[in-house]
Design a protein around this ligand. Sequence first.
Ligand SMILES: Cc1cc2nc3c(=O)[nH]c(=O)nc-3n(C[C@H](O)[C@H](O)[C@H](O)COP(=O)(O)OP(=O)(O)OC[C@H]3O[C@@H](n4cnc5c(N)ncnc54)[C@H](O)[C@@H]3O)c2cc1C
Length: 451
Amino acid sequence: MPLFIVDRRLIAELPSDGTIFDFQAACLSELADRLAYLGAPLCIRYGEPTEVFHALFNELSVAVLYYNRDYEPYARERDRAVEALARTYGVTVRSFKDHVLVEPWEVATADGKPFVMYTPFFRAWSAVPKPEPFGEPEHLRGVPGLRSDPIPKAVHLGKPATIARWAVDPGMHAAHKRWERFRSGGLLQYHKSRDFPALEEGSSRMSPYLRFGAISIRRLYWDAVAYLQDPRLSAEERTAIERFIAELAWREFFQHVLWHFPDTPRRSFRPLGDAFPWENNEHLFRAWSEGRTGYPLVDAAMRELNETGYMHNRVRMVVASFLVKDLHIDWRWGERYFRSKLLDGDLASNVGNWQWAASVGVDTRPLRIFNPIRQSRRYDPDGTYIRRWVPELSELPATSIHEPWRSGRPGTEYPYPIVNHTERKRLFERIYTQLRSRSATGELPPSGRDL
Ligand SMILES: Cc1cc2nc3c(=O)[nH]c(=O)nc-3n(C[C@H](O)[C@H](O)[C@H](O)COP(=O)(O)OP(=O)(O)OC[C@H]3O[C@@H](n4cnc5c(N)ncnc54)[C@H](O)[C@@H]3O)c2cc1C
């Protein structure tokens, strides 16, 4: 009997915009149709998970409870509580690996500790045998049809939905269709095209599907590995596929970090992140979140996020660096804002990447500060991406679109830069370097992480 629990407490605590729940509802609705066709209607219940199970264990005679493991701190606590309850009813519990290829405890450093650097993690991760995808059941028999609550849409959950059009279509069918297109097209140029936000097929856009389980990580990994066996591939094409696999491993790396360091959503991995004198100027934060900073690449990226629930990876790094290192705003503000809007918003990947971009997390050397103008010239050279999302600048030629203020009024609507990048970067570097040396001499409070 397939069961989906709408955990209202969890939903209330999530910063997520209602759009994410509408996207999830569309995925669920497709799943429910598929399950009904196979003979097992999906049962949806609203409530606190242990209470829902309590009711179900009384309603039915349950022999075994199956679930896939989840590595987020709240989920671990919830699953422990449900397992304990199941035991009191004599219900056997079986849990499985599904969300990742390699679970956080399956790899460790030579002295048995968690990895805090990606490269050695990747080496160890690569050596672990990975589970293969398995097919859909042909039918499911004897499943009782129970009372089911409605599929949870934003409106049922009291969450306003603000995103006008989703970057990708929801559901398993759409996920597989997009994956097939990417696999037989963009994948072979991935290493060259993945950094250019104007190219919609430059990366796979599998992240929202992985987030909602509409496609399996096993499918992506093993399809990529199978492709590598093709003797007709050029060396460059092999590099492209290997690069894609390495990105899948970044996702697993951050699951590993979150599982081993469950307080990282609240605290910086490096203590200097919590000692930094963040300015947290609300006016500047609003300008950043609304795409009105006067830096065209930053603004294009924020508007893409606000309008579609997706942002390209290259510009995620640029806007995160800008928020933290130019505006001196605490990375947690940006992390929360991203998670409120991203269709792929995922605690482990989001926190891990935000801390990386803020240079306060794992794998932080060297201190990287992205120059929003240089990044713009390099990764959107003819301004196609900027013109797509910042219509006020659409008439500007490529020569002036990256720094519109240099050619006089950039357009009556478009603002001048809200801060001077060079000055703010210098100030950040100065404070960061001081904090780093205080940290090295033990002056800052210890992080509490004995690595
Ligand atoms: C500040 C910031 C916040 C981010 N927040 C999230 C988030 O909440 N959820 C999320 O899934 N990704 C996040 N990322 C990582 C990355 O930007 C997205 O996974 C990627 O843009 C998704 O597009 P894609 O599917 O086309 O990626 P592709 O380039 O096609 O990569 C394939 C898959 O590899 C994984 N992947 C790629 N890069 C990363 C990465 N740096 N970290 C973790 N996994 C990666 C994703 O699952 C992705 O779908 C964040 C990155 C930054 C810099």
